[in-house]
Design a protein around this ligand. Structure first.
Ligand SMILES: *Cc1c(COP(=O)(O)O)cnc(C)c1O
Length: 352
């Protein structure tokens, strides 16, 4: 590992008033792939890249990313949550995108050092954390459509507060998108690759235009089965059973989704991973058998949903109030993340 010291450190922001991903810390981690090998992990001052406009990532989107978090509790204890799982998933995304595999342990050690160095940047307020964004991009400067020979791996850090402050009693409503699709089986939906989000903006814009906060995505083939919500996985509570769409090749294999399933099963909730159609969801919402619906992802952990609209029908869920499963999951998972609860699943690595 190499270390390059910054001449000057930045002023810390007001941690009470953070917008997601707008402020970056003093240092970043970088690692370059050249001539078929990864170079050293380098921790260096956060800086702009000097690069060719012909770089492959700009033209053909060969690039992948991850998102995970470091936490600091009020005792000053720092923990990383499932970071190695994120790095392992990044290697899977790399395979799908014809990018090189990296050594998870070597990169993890680098991230740990980076977090130690930047410990004063980790907010301790409730629902706050230091967001970690590992990224890998194709850096060869060439316009031919081909797999890049060179890559840059980097990690940047951003202190974040609550993602979408969910207002109990006025939870956001979803727009069911029945034409545009996020991902198809056989496509790149399972990989965390750069293009997936760019391709989904149009549907988000359409949902906003209709007055909705987020998109509920259906499958690409029949436009019939639920896939995800916005940029998250999704769960419904119907007749007291927690139902989430089964992984099918186009749904992203969320780490928070996996954490939620493990917690619910351990605490004897009824859980089903299966195909769930939009007709079943609307029927359950209409009849009041659906008592909760929520998004699941690293950024917000649990994002409760207040209403769902599909083909001109709109149904409110639980009076737009946060439900008991949502409360339980937020308390349990954030409790483990901040060491308020014992780490009964082996998810947390202490940074000392
Ligand atoms: C990252 C991501 C998720 C959530 O995954 P986590 O590992 O829980 O953060 C869900 N859906 C999509 C499309 C994603 O990119």
């Amino acid at each position: 590992m190499k270390f390059i010291k910054a001449n000057q450190l930045k002023q810390k922001p007001d941690f009470n008033n953070l917008h997601f991903g707008e402020i970056f810390t003093d240092y970043m981690l970088t690692m370059d792939w050249e001539d078929g090998v990864w170079g050293d992990v380098v921790i260096e001052p956060f800086h702009n890249f000097d690069c060719s406009p012909a770089m492959l990532v700009f033209h053909y989107g060969q690039g992948i990313f991850e998102g995970c978090k470091a936490y600091k509790n009020d005792k000053g204890e720092i923990s990383l949550f499932r970071t190695k799982d994120n790095l392992a998933r990044m290697n899977k995304s790399a395979e799908r995108m014809c990018m090189p595999q990296f050594d998870v342990d070597k990169v993890f050690e680098g991230i740990k050092e980076l977090i130690k160095l930047e410990k004063d940047w980790i907010p301790t307020l409730p629902s706050s954390s230091l967001y970690i964004r590992p990224t890998m991009i194709a850096t060869q400067a060439v316009l031919g459509v081909r797999v890049s020979r060179n890559f840059k791996f980097f990690v940047i850090l951003s202190p974040v507060g609550k993602y979408h402050p969910a207002e109990d009693g006025n939870l956001p409503a979803l727009y069911v998108e029945d034409h545009l699709v996020r991902a198809a089986v056989g496509g790149t939906g399972e990989a965390k690759c750069l293009g997936n989000y760019g391709a989904s903006y149009y549907a988000f814009a359409k949902a906003k235009e209709h007055g909705y906060e987020d998109v509920l995505w259906l499958d690409a083939c029949e436009h019939k089965y639920i896939e995800e919500v916005g940029t998250m996985n999704v769960m419904f509570v119907i007749d007291g059973v927690c139902v989430t769409p089964a992984l099918n090749g186009s749904i992203l294999q969320g780490i928070t989704r996996n954490s939620v399933l493990q917690v619910l099963r351990k605490y004897n909730y009824k859980v089903e991973e299966r195909k769930i159609s939009i007709d079943e969801v609307m029927e359950a919402a209409k009849s009041g058998r659906m008592t909760e619906c929520f998004g699941i992802g690293t950024a917000a952990v649990i994002s409760p949903v207040g209403a769902i609209a599909y083909k001109g029908q709109e149904y409110v869920i639980n009076g737009k109030h946060i439900g008991p499963t949502e409360k339980f999951l937020v308390d349990k998972i954030t409790g483990i993340q901040t060491k308020r609860y014992p780490d009964e699943f082996g998810w947390v690595i202490d940074v000392k």
